[in-house]
Ligand binder design. Structure first.
Ligand code: NI
Length: 287
């Protein structure tokens, strides 16, 4: 009788042991399992684990925008633009081409003194998306050095010419240079020189809070368009800040009421092109 009881007890013991093992196998390792006292709210950001590297616009609470000017500095046009900005106490960001920056360090110094931001737009304006890492590195480093030599401070933003850059490049450039990649959401196509009033009308129509407005300070009609553009933007209540200031104002985007993951993103380009952000390079030689 005692013997039987012992066997039964042993069997029960084994059974309990196996159950215990089964439970352990089902549970995740204790290092990854974290008891959660309150339900975790899903974050609005599409990449909750890593902060985003690339920006076409910024979600902000307020009428803030960033005016950006590419491809300069121009010996004649950029100082004119600086005068227009200073008269209105507006701040802008200049994505400079390194070889122009090296030629006109005095213009960069003036821009910084007046509250503007200087950022990297490559040395010679090539299509970075089609270049080797080593060639891209040289383009960025030379410009980074020219900016640092002029203003005593390294840039923290890159706008790739034509908006052309691969996802892989963004990652290593961010890791190596610390740059955030700035594209745009308002493009008046001013490099096609459609006339100052058209440039103004396009910018006014497309600009919303958080917009990053693209223009070029190497085309005379663009500079001609700016007084009316600035005045009308201000009349609408917009306040212009540098891109870095705009990024610092970022607030989470509210979740969309009807998410449709099956539909491709409207700005996605289904082509072998290296461009991962709008607009396509063929449409924007300016960039
Ligand atoms: Ni450009």
């Amino acid at each position: 009788m005692l013997f039987r009881n012992l066997i039964a007890l042993g069997a029960l013991w084994m059974l309990l042991g196996q159950t215990g093992v089964a439970q352990e196998q089902k549970s995740p390792p204790p290092t990854t399992e974290r008891p959660v006292a309150t339900p975790v709210r899903p974050k609005a950001s599409p990449t909750p684990t890593e902060p985003p590297i690339t920006f076409n616009s910024v979600h902000v609470d307020g009428p803030y925008i960033a005016l950006t000017f590419d491809d300069g500095p121009s010996a004649t046009l950029t100082p004119k633009l600086l005068d227009l900005l200073a008269a209105r106490h507006l701040k802008a960001t200049f994505f400079v081409v390194g070889q122009n920056a090296a030629d006109h360090p005095d213009i960069l110094r003036r821009a910084v003194k007046e509250g503007h931001e200087i950022a990297n737009h490559s040395w010679s304006h090539p299509n970075l998306g089609k270049m080797s890492d080593e060639a891209v590195r040289r383009e960025l480093q030379k410009t980074d050095d020219a900016i640092a030599a002029a203003i005593g401070k390294r840039p923290t933003l890159l706008r790739p010419p034509y908006g052309s850059i691969t996802a892989r490049q963004k990652k290593w450039i961010h890791d190596e240079f610390g740059y955030r990649i700035i594209i745009w959401d308002v493009d008046p196509l001013d490099w096609k020189r459609p006339g100052p009033s058209v440039v103004t009308a396009r910018i006014l129509k497309e600009t919303v809070p958080g917009s990053i407005v693209l223009s070029h300070d190497i085309h005379p009609p663009t500079i001609e368009a700016m007084p009316a553009t600035f005045d009308q933007l201000m009349k609408k209540g917009f306040k212009s800040v540098t891109v870095t200031e705009l990024l610092a104002m970022e607030t989470p985007r509210p979740p969309k009421p009807t998410p449709s993951p099956a539909v491709p993103h409207a700005t996605a380009i289904p082509s072998p092109s290296p461009v991962s952000s709008p607009p396509p390079p063929t449409a924007t030689p300016g960039g």
